[in-house]
Write a protein that binds this ligand. Structure first.
Ligand SMILES: [Zn+2]
Length: 286
């Protein structure tokens, strides 16, 4: 029977192409689930965002099959647990003892049409301290060495701000500054007199290091800002306030900064370089 089947060169070519496509696709699939050591695991989407936003600082992602744990190995040798297995953390536990998965567990709503922040929805306030230490400096001294000057609003201010140059954070702030510098006068008043960038300090009322400690955050004009602690009477009835124009927010977001004005515990002067929230697939673009 087979003898009678004539396979034309055209059909042969067609099947070769299909076969090749199948081989390529299965190799890609295999690569995705067996990164490092041949252990079967799939890198979660949020971890992919972190890998892509901090490429230079992450050496590899490994899977410990016996413990069923994913670990992120940083370039400085530190290893950071992706998921500690605790899925029922309270809000305070999320802030005080997060794993890397918790850090990206709340989606940041990029753009002008952000929803009114729901209770305790503070995307970006959850930070794994050791991760930031690995990227930006382990203590005050090492962060200091990583600081460089950003010329703030070259045409309208010229003030020199200290910002961390690791992960191109200072470059990103310079780009923000150059764009803000072209804004009309009525918008410049919000950003001309800024409240500060680098300061090694703990977050008010907590034991956690502020993003300002790593030189990756900037507070704009305090005069037009709102901070939840200034308004609070009872946390259960936290009223939302904001006066910062969204045009300013858009410029910061374009260069990888999140805004504290999109947090339930709002801090509308605060912008923080957190590129992981803008790296697909996690970013929520509107
Ligand atoms: Zn701040």
């Amino acid at each position: 029977m087979l003898k009678n089947v004539k396979v034309s060169s055209e059909v042969f070519r067609k099947y070769s192409i299909i076969l090749l496509a199948v081989i390529i696709l299965s190799s890609l699939l295999l690569y995705n689930v067996t990164c490092n050591g041949g252990n079967d695991f799939v890198i979660p989407d949020q971890l992919k965002s972190i890998k892509s936003a901090y490429k230079k600082y992450i050496k590899e992602v490994i899977f410990n099959k016996a413990a069923s744990q994913i670990k992120v190995i940083m370039r400085d040798g530190r290893d950071i647990l992706w998921d500690d297995g605790k899925s029922d953390k309270s809000f305070n536990e999320l802030l005080n003892m997060p794993d890397l998965e918790d850090q990206l567990s709340m989606a940041y709503p990029r753009g002008r049409n952000y929803p009114y922040p729901k209770v305790n929805h503070d995307p970006g306030r959850i930070r794994v301290q050791n991760f930031f230490k690995s990227v930006y400096g382990i203590d005050r001294e090492s962060v200091n060495k990583n600081l460089t000057e950003v010329i703030w609003l070259p045409k309208h201010s010229g003030k020199r701000l200290l910002f961390n140059y690791q992960n191109e954070a200072a470059d990103a702030l310079q780009k923000v500054s150059d764009e803000l510098d072209r804004l009309p006068e009525e918008l410049l008043k919000y950003v001309k007199d800024i409240a500060g960038t680098f300061k090694w300090r703990k977050i008010k009322g907590t034991d956690r290091l502020s993003a300002h400690s790593f030189g990756i955050a900037i507070d704009i004009n305090i005069k037009y800002s709102h901070y939840w602690r200034w308004n609070i009477k009872k946390e259960s009835t936290l009223p939302y306030h904001n006066k910062i124009p969204l045009k300013i927010v858009e410029i910061f977001e374009k260069h990888g900064f999140i805004w504290g004005g999109k947090w339930y515990h709002y801090d509308t002067m605060h912008f923080e370089f957190r590129p992981e929230f803008f790296h697909s697939p996690h970013s929520m673009k509107k």
